[in-house]
Design a binder for this molecule. Structure first.
Ligand code: SF4
Ligand code: SF4
Length: 351
């Protein structure tokens, strides 16, 4: 198999000393428990593909795609080996070798046809302000929520500018479709021609920051945290827990901002057993929802159980995919846990 993309990670694969410090927090390994399910095993498989000692098979491809890109392994690795980047390269080489999944192709086709992951024409609530705001696919589909979050910005002194947008290309990137990613990036730049802007979605903010070196996305919560203290928010008097989205806490290092906001709006925060940069993943990232839906669901159920075990009935988070995945788990679990976006709580405190 040709390993055009893995070749770029040869050094990194050599730096990995196979020590397995990265095992401990890997959510996929915790569920499946085989060596090939953990980050070290996946690094060995990738190395095998690169050296030619391992043949690409459907089993191997399944293992390479069974990762939520949660970055817990990156956080634990003293050599800072980036398993998600290595797996992104391995996925791209596997896709080029013909290991394509119908569920992935279906999702990517939706984006190619309509510019969003839902496969139907959706227009954002166009607004003619000064500061460009990118909604991202998930908030594009949740128009009423998006309008409320734009109103939060307005009440905090920002005039949002919203234009018709298209997907930033994240699904192409994480699922290994590098050529198609480039084409989607070109479309994105044409539709959304701004250098500095606010992102409503954690995943868009993280992906754009990493894959568009000339752009400066700012995640919405940065502005909210900075401005909220000057606008006298109400105290809500609620008890809730908070789930740190991987892309926000480990990806962008934002652990304190959401907690400061919760404090300002009078939410008594009951922390989950794992939090901040050590928080467990909900299972919704890295394309896992389409690569192995049942596994992604199990990870979300684990997070729901942890929240209920803390004696709370409200879980706030920020990433719309975490909200979706844990929210669905909560519904399957009988609706005892209410999953909300932290911005909804901010809205309650401001209106
Ligand atoms: S990725 Fe890092 S922590 Fe994991 S086995 Fe390699 S060197 Fe050790
Ligand atoms: S990114 Fe997360 S799920 Fe993937 S190997 Fe690392 S710890 Fe496991």
């Amino acid at each position: 198999m040709k390993t055009k993309y893995l070749k770029e990670w040869e050094n990194e694969l050599n730096i990995c000393i196979r020590c397995a410090y990265c095992f401990e927090g890997c959510p996929v390994f915790k569920q499946l428990s085989w060596e090939a399910d953990g980050p070290r095993g996946k690094a060995v498989l990738a190395y095998g593909l690169l050296s030619g000692e391992v043949e690409p098979t459907k089993y191997l491809a399944d293992k390479i795609f069974q990762c939520s890109f949660c970055r817990d392994c990156v956080e634990r690795c003293s050599a800072n080996v980036s398993i998600p980047d290595i797996l992104t390269a391995a996925r791209a080489d596997l896709v080029n070798a013909g290991f394509k999944y119908d569920a992935h192709l279906d999702l990517l086709d939706k984006i190619k046809r309509t510019g969003n992951i839902f496969g139907r024409e959706i227009h954002p609530p166009i607004q003619g302000g000064e500061t460009p705001v990118l909604l991202g696919c998930r908030f594009l589909e949740r128009a009423d929520d998006a309008k409320r979050y734009l109103e939060i910005l307005r009440r905090l002194g920002i005039k949002p500018k919203v234009v018709d947008e298209t997907c930033c290309g994240m699904p192409f990137g994480v699922l290994g479709y590098k050529d198609e990613l480039k084409a989607q990036q070109d479309k994105f730049r044409k539709k959304f021609p701004y250098k500095e802007f606010i992102c409503m979605c954690t995943t868009c903010a993280f992906f754009i920051g990493k894959n568009y070196p000339d752009l400066k996305p700012k995640y919405i919560i940065e502005e909210v945290a900075k401005r909220l203290p000057y606008y006298n928010p109400k105290k809500l008097g609620l008890k809730a827990t908070y789930h740190d989205p991987c892309n926000l806490a480990r990806g962008m290092g934002m652990v304190d901002e959401p907690r400061e906001i919760l404090k300002q709006i009078g939410v008594d925060l009951i922390e989950l057993p794992t939090k901040g940069k050590g928080a467990e993943c909900c299972g919704g990232g890295g394309g896992l929802l389409v690569s192995d839906g049942p596994l992604a669901e199990r990870l979300a159920e684990r997070r729901m159980d942890q929240a209920l075990g803390r004696g709370v009935d409200i879980l706030a988070t920020l990433c719309p995919t975490c909200e979706f995945n844990i929210g669905n788990a909560a519904q399957r679990g009988g609706g005892k846990l209410k999953v909300v976006n932290l911005l909804d709580l901010v809205w309650e405190a401001l209106r």
